[in-house]
Design a protein around this ligand. Structure first.
Ligand code: CTP
Ligand code: MG
Length: 227
């Protein structure tokens, strides 16, 4: 697979984690119907468990939004895979885009990926009985694992920071950029382990994207610090 296809595929795979982590910042703002996830409690070292930067609304809102993004991806993935299989059907915009990028393999990978997530297509092709549970479960499962995993990873990152006596919002290079992505990847392995090159791309590019996004969030006054 060429590098561009691999990068696109890596982002396609990890997108719900980014969505969850980014939207937690938006949902977590404000005090109304919101509480810190540690409810203000301290750990045995007399420091906060997670701190005020990890809130109930951030966790729930981020997970819900990431799950929704994952479901939308799943549905659009079906749109790619189905016409590709029955080549008589009109070629979707995505296929067009993929072939335009010279990435016919990306379609193949997405298709395999859909199979591995036990998509409805998988059931149809394998002549397995298909019911609403089998359609709904994988549709929400992938996005949920990545988003919930991302926010749990982020939470563990904050837990470690508090143990190191870093106050809320103080930078912890590498940890701040990678905690959520490691959480997302580890949770997603329950469902599917992506090729190593995809994992490497995600781990290398995420810190750059994370820093850029945070600077934008800071300029838009969504975030308190530019990291
Ligand atoms: N946020 C939230 N709930 C979460 C995650 C994030 O409410 N589960 C919101 C908080 O408003 C937080 C902001 O998103 O301040 C930015 O997140 P992050 O940079 O991860 O938190 P920090 O405030 O920097 O806290 P920490 O030092 O613990 O990383
Ligand atoms: Mg931070």
């Amino acid at each position: 697979m060429d590098i561009l296809s691999a990068i696109i595929l890596a982002f396609w795979f990890i997108l719900p984690a980014y969505a969850a982590n980014g939207l937690a910042v938006v949902f977590g703002r404000g005090q109304r119907l919101n509480k810190p996830l540690d409810f203000g409690h301290n750990f045995i070292d007399e420091r906060r468990i997670f701190g005020d930067g990890k809130t109930v609304r951030g966790l729930i809102g981020g997970t819900a939004f990431g799950t929704l993004i994952g479901a939308l991806q799943f549905i659009s993935g079906e749109q790619i895979a189905l016409p590709w299989l029955s080549s008589s059907a009109p070629i979707g915009l995505w296929i067009y885009l993929a072939s335009y990028l010279g990435a016919s393999q990306i379609t193949l990978y997405l298709l395999i990926y859909q199979w591995l997530t036990f998509s409805p297509l998988f059931f149809i092709l394998m002549n397995l009985p298909l019911n609403s549970r089998e359609i709904l479960a994988p549709t929400i499962f992938h996005g949920f694992l990545l988003s919930f995993g991302a926010l749990i990873g982020d939470l563990i990152g904050s837990f470690i920071k508090r143990r190191l006596n870093l106050q809320r919002g103080q930078p912890a290079p590498v940890l701040d950029q990678l905690d959520f992505i490691l959480g997302a990847l580890i949770f997603s392995f329950i469902e599917f382990i992506p090729p190593l090159e995809i994992i490497v791309i995600i781990l290398v590019l995420t810190p750059l994207i994370h820093l850029t996004a945070n600077i934008i969030g800071y300029k838009l006054k969504l975030k308190r610090e530019p990291w």
